[in-house]
Design a protein around this ligand. Structure first.
Ligand SMILES: [Zn+2]
Length: 355
């Protein structure tokens, strides 16, 4: 009898029961919702998903306002399913009233239910001082803004720099998504722009800013632009044990590294990694609804990622044809990266701001 029980246990372990995708609580904490059509929300509810929509524009308050209103209205209509992050405008940066106006805008955003503030890569890579040097994220003029975010118990969600591939020639890039993107967008391909700050300079400025604000709650987007090697991420996560990294649009970089090493890395840093995709839901313009886009996202993005993290299936990279193995992460780890870490690092997500 005892022997039989042991055998049964090992058989069950061998067939790796992964939790059920549909009912497992999931948060995609890096999406961009730019639509008034909320018919996509049903697919989220059917699959137990919450989203955090990041408003991402800095060139002017007018440009921000358009996306802000869309995100805010979706949140107000579906507070338990959709949260949003506001952002700051660089219009008038350096003028005497910029800080005051920016803080007033953030207060208004928080009153409207924003749980976080997104600061984009254009800080460090686009905006310049009068002497043509780049405005970096550790510029002291940002300090009162970050202090205010911290004082309001909100989170800074920050995309700094670009993937390392951006500084390499096209034929040395490790992921074909990057080589096709930079082939089409040479203006963003830093290999051709040695006069811009390097990835290392951008990340060093970010880290200096974080050291000035040790109690600011912080999530770095896109694996903190350290996606190319989990060892580099591990060093950073050890140095900043209270901060998180989202995986948005960089899961493919896990998939080209050694599976066992990536698995061990995610298990070790299970309290600091957050699931995200960088998907967008916009109006198609062809009359199709966002409900159809959401169905496609469930099938083509969210379930694929789930298969990678939650099962041990052998999967095939669609752009280079190479095989890689699903990570088959323990359920307790999946729960953290898919849900608990986002709830912890983005307080207020999934709550009705009118409550
Ligand atoms: Zn994004």
């Amino acid at each position: 009898m005892k022997k039989y029980a042991v055998l049964l246990t090992s058989l069950l372990a061998g067939c790796s029961q992964s939790p059920d995708f549909k009912t497992f609580p999931k948060i995609d904490m890096h999406v961009h919702l730019e639509t008034q059509d909320d018919s996509f929300v049903q697919a989220l509810e059917d699959n137990n998903f919450k989203l955090l929509s990041l408003v991402t524009r800095s060139e002017s308050q007018e440009a921000i306002h358009k996306d802000f209103v869309l995100a805010r209205d979706l949140h107000k209509a579906h507070p338990k399913t959709i949260g949003f992050a506001t952002t700051i405008s660089m219009e008038g940066f350096g003028e005497p009233d910029w800080q005051e106006n920016t803080i007033a805008w953030l207060q208004e955003s928080f009153d409207d239910g924003a749980v976080a503030v997104k600061v984009w890569k254009d800080i460090g890579m686009t905006f310049r001082n009068a002497d043509s040097t780049f405005i970096m994220i550790d510029d002291p003029r940002f300090d009162p803004i970050f202090d205010f975010i911290e004082s309001q118990n909100k989170t800074l969600v920050n995309h700094t720099a670009e993937p390392k591939n951006c500084w390499l020639p096209l034929n040395e890039m490790t992921v074909s998504g990057d080589s096709s993107y930079f082939a089409e967008n040479p203006e963003y391909h830093m290999y051709f722009h040695p006069d811009y700050p390097s990835r290392e300079e951008l990340l060093a400025a970010r880290d200096r800013m974080l050291k000035k604000h040790p109690n600011l709650r912080y999530v770095g987007c896109h694996l903190g632009s350290m996606e190319w090697n989990v060892d580099e991420q591990a060093v950073w996560l050890d140095e900043f044990p209270n901060y998180g990294l989202d995986m948005a649009a960089r899961i493919v970089h896990f998939q080209v590294q050694d599976s066992e090493k990536v698995r061990e890395f995610i298990i070790k840093y299970q309290d600091q990694l957050l699931y995200g995709t960088d998907i967008g839901i916009t109006d198609s313009g062809d009359g199709s609804t966002t409900a159809e886009s959401a169905q496609n996202l469930v099938k083509n993005v969210w379930m694929n990622d789930w298969e990678y993290f939650a099962t041990d299936h052998v999967l095939v990279n669609s752009d280079n044809g190479k095989e890689f193995k699903g990570l088959n992460l323990p359920e307790s780890v999946l729960k953290k990266i898919y849900h608990d870490n986002a709830m912890k690092m983005l307080p207020g997500l999934g709550q009705d701001s009118a409550d």
